[in-house]
Design a protein around this ligand. Structure first.
Ligand code: ADP
Ligand code: ZN
Length: 213
């Protein structure tokens, strides 16, 4: 499967990607995780993106395209991939389209998780992330077994810098302005599958239906 996941921050793209990944060996590629790893490693890339990310602003298209052109040609992408957090602007979507045309590749679909705003805000403010493995928790709906500690790897779980109320507000605005237009873009391409939920079974059924025809 080659699928783009669309939807506002907190829609559940990462969770859906991880679940789909286990089905057929596709890899989840999260640009947010790649950038956070670069920051954690103290890499040059991390220094370039740190301030924009903490504020909830996007990093530049050129920088993201540089990362993704390389990443999508790595060996583990042969089986397919779930793009989580990319493309995020019309220029990124256009550049991806050009790249696919060059490589002779084709997307299966762009899956939109169309989740109401109040649900999103509630999820984001209660979300916690493992500093080491990226596992996602929720203080209300999915708390770790031991408070503050990751069930998977034992590292500390924290609230992300960009999950303060102010940064969340900005991320939603950035989404509406810069990323939401991708829904129409992929509808025009005939690739859009939209579901009003991040409930796994519903999402899977919608993808299956799409892959059949
Ligand atoms: P979200 O929970 O908002 O989906 P992500 O983990 O996908 O968060 O991304 C976190 C941050 O990383 C974004 O707010 C942005 O600063 C940066 N980022 C990630 N992907 C992209 C992209 N494709 N284009 C520009 N910036 C990006
Ligand atoms: Zn962990």
């Amino acid at each position: 499967m080659k699928i783009i996941l669309l939807g506002p921050p907190g829609a559940g793209k990462g969770t859906i990607a991880k679940a789909l990944m286990q089905l057929d060996g596709s890899v989840q590629i999260s640009t947010g995780d790649i950038l956070r790893a670069a920051i954690a490693a103290g890499a040059e890339l991390g220094k370039q993106v740190e301030a924009a990310m903490a504020a909830g602003d996007l990093v530049t298209d050129d920088l993201i395209m540089g990362i993704m052109e390389q990443r999508l040609q790595e060996e583990d992408c042969q089986q397919g991939y779930l793009l989580d957090g990319f493309p995020r602007t019309i220029p990124q979507a256009e550049a991806l389209k050009t790249m696919f045309a060059k490589l002779g590749e084709k997307l299966d679909c762009a899956l939109e998780l169309d989740i109401p705003r109040d649900v999103i805000i509630d999820r984001l403010t209660t979300r916690r992330t493992c500093t080491n493995c990226g596992e996602i928790y929720n203080v209300k709906f999915k708390p770790p077994k031991v408070e503050g500690i990751c069930d998977v790897c034992g590292s500390a779980i924290v609230q992300r810098d960009d999950e303060t109320e102010e940064a969340i507000e900005n991320r939603l605005q950035v989404y509406n302005q810069q990323t939401a237009p991708l829904v129409e873009f992929y509808r025009d391409e005939g690739l859009l599958v939209s579901v009003p939920t991040s409930e796994l079974e519903t999402v899977m059924a919608a993808i299956k239906e799409r892959l059949q025809d």
